[in-house]
Design a protein around this ligand. Structure first.
Ligand SMILES: *Cc1c(COP(=O)(O)O)cnc(C)c1O
Length: 355
C-alpha cells in the first residue's frame, strides 16, 4: 500500500480513478471514450457545465463572478492576470512569499510597474509578512495563499484597499473561503481539483476590460468567459476528472467537512514533528500550512536514511523541494488520515532506532 504525499500532480481518490478509467473506456454507456467524443457534443458540454456548477456550489461563488477552465497552468495565470488587469504605466502590488510569488512578479513586470510590498526572503520564506502598505493607486494586490514549496499558508486573508488577486493553486477546496473577498482566484488543477492540464479561474466580471490593451484571444478572460471555456478545444480529460473529483468532494460534505479533516491531518503530523526529538518544523508556527507540511531533521545526516525508511513503509513523495531541502508532506483532500498515521509511526519507529 502506497501513501502518496506528493506535491503535485498528486493523490486523487481511488473511486475517482476508477470512474475516470470507466469514462475512458465507455463514457456514460455511449460506447465511446470521453477522449474521442467532440468537445461540442452535448455529453461533453454537460461535463463542463457540471464542473463549473460544482465549483460555484462548493465555493458558494456569488453573482457577478465567472468560473472558467483554461490551460497553461497557474504559471500562465502569472501572465494573464497582469495582461488583463494591469494597464501600461499603472502599478500592481505583490507580496513575495516564495518561489511562486516571485515568478508571478517577474511576469507582471512585463506589463507595468510592480511594487513588492514585503518579502519573507530574508528567512528563506519561512513566514508570511504581516506588516505592509499597499499603494492607494495600485490596480490590484496579488498573493499566494499556500506556499507549496516552503510550507506557509494564510490562515486569514489580507485586507487591503485594492482588488485582491490570489494564486490558490495548492489550498483551493481545502477549506471554506469567502469568494466575495476576492476579485480573482486562480489555481492549477493538479493539486486539489483534478489531473494536470486544466486551470481554474474565478473572476469578478466588473474588474475586466479596463486596461485598453489589445489582448490575444486565448489570453483574454472576457473572450474565454463568452466562449464558456470552449474558445478552443478544452483539456477534456482534465475537466472530466476534475468534475468527478468535485462530485466526490460534494459527497464528502463539501469544503466545510473536508476542512475539518484537513486540520486533523495537519495537527497529527505537526504534533509528532514538535514531539519527536529528531525532527523540527521549518516554518513559523502561526503560518504553518495545513496542506504542505515542511520539516527538517536536527541532524541532517539522518535525512537520507529517514527518507528511505519512510519509503519502505509506503510513504512516497516526502522529499522537500530542492530550494528548501528537508521534507514536505502534502496533505491534499484525497489523502486519508490513516496515511498520516503511517508516516507518524515511521517517524516514531525511526526515532527509537536512532535514539
Ligand atoms: C504548483 C503551483 C504553481 C504552478 O502551477 P502550474 O500549473 O504547474 O503552472 C503555481 N502556484 C502555486 C501556489 C503552486 O503550488
Amino acid at each position: 500500500m502506497k501513501h502518496n504525499f506528493g506535491a503535485g500532480p498528486c493523490i486523487l481518490p481511488q473511486e475517482v480513478f476508477k470512474q475516470a478509467s470507466q469514462g475512458v473506456l465507455n463514457f456514460n454507456d455511449t460506447g465511446l471514450s470521453i477522449l474521442e467524443i467532440s468537445h461540442r457534443a452535448p455529453e461533453f458540454v454537460a461535463v463542463m457545465d457540471e464542473a463549473i456548477s460544482l465549483v460555484k456550489e462548493l465555493l458558494n461563488v456569488p453573482e457577478g463572478y465567472s468560473v472558467i477552465f483554461l490551460q497553461g497552468g497557474a504559471s500562465l495565470q502569472f501572465t494573464m492576470v497582469a495582461m488583463n488587469l494591469l494597464a501600461e504605466g499603472k502599478k500592481a502590488s505583490y507580496l513575495d512569499t516564495g518561489v511562486w510569488s516571485k515568478k508571478a512578479v517577474a511576469e507582471a513586470k512585463l506589463f507595468g510597474e510592480v511594487e513588492v510590498v514585503a518579502s519573507s526572503k530574508d528567512k528563506n520564506y519561512s513566514y508570511i509578512p504581516k506588516e505592509y502598505q499597499v499603494a492607494a493607486d495600485s490596480e490590484y494586490f496579488h498573493f499566494t495563499s499556500n506556499n507549496t514549496i516552503f510550507g506557509t499558508e494564510f490562515h486569514s486573508f489580507p485586507k487591503v484597499n485594492a482588488p485582491l488577486v490570489c494564486d490558490m493553486s495548492s489550498d483551493i477546496f481545502s477549506k471554506e473561503i469567502n469568494v466575495a473577498d476576492f476579485d480573482l482566484i486562480y489555481a492549477g488543477a493538479q493539486k486539489n481539483i483534478g489531473p494536470a492540464g486544466a486551470t481554474l479561474v474565478i473572476v469578478k466580471d466588473s474588474i475586466l476590460g479596463k486596461t485598453g490593451r489589445a489582448i490575444p484571444s486565448m489570453l483574454d478572460y472576457q473572450k474565454q468567459i463568452e466562449a464558456e471555456s470552449m474558445y478552443n478545444t478544452p483539456p477534456v480529460f482534465s475537466v472530466f476528472v476534475s468534475m468527478l473529483n468535485l462530485r466526490w468532494l460534494k459527497s464528502k460534505g463539501g469544503v466545510a467537512e473536508i476542512g475539518k479533516e484537513n486540520i486533523a491531518k495537519a495537527k497529527a503530523l505537526y504534533t509528532e514533528i514538535d514531539r519527536n526529538p529528531l525532527f523540527k518544523g521549518s516554518t513559523a508556527v502561526e503560518d504553518r500550512s495545513n496542506m504542505s507540511v515542511c520539516f527538517v531533521m536536527e541532524n541532517p545526516e539522518l535525512e537520507k536514511p529517514f527518507l528511505k525508511y519512510a519509503e519502505e513503509k509506503g510513504c512516497i513523495g516526502i522529499k522537500g523541494h530542492r530550494s528548501s531541502g528537508g521534507f514536505r508532506a502534502s496533505l491534499y483532500n484525497a489523502l486519508p488520515i490513516t496515511s498520516v498515521h503511517v508516516l507518524v509511526e515511521a517517524m516514531q519507529e525511526f526515532a527509537e532506532k536512532n535514539a
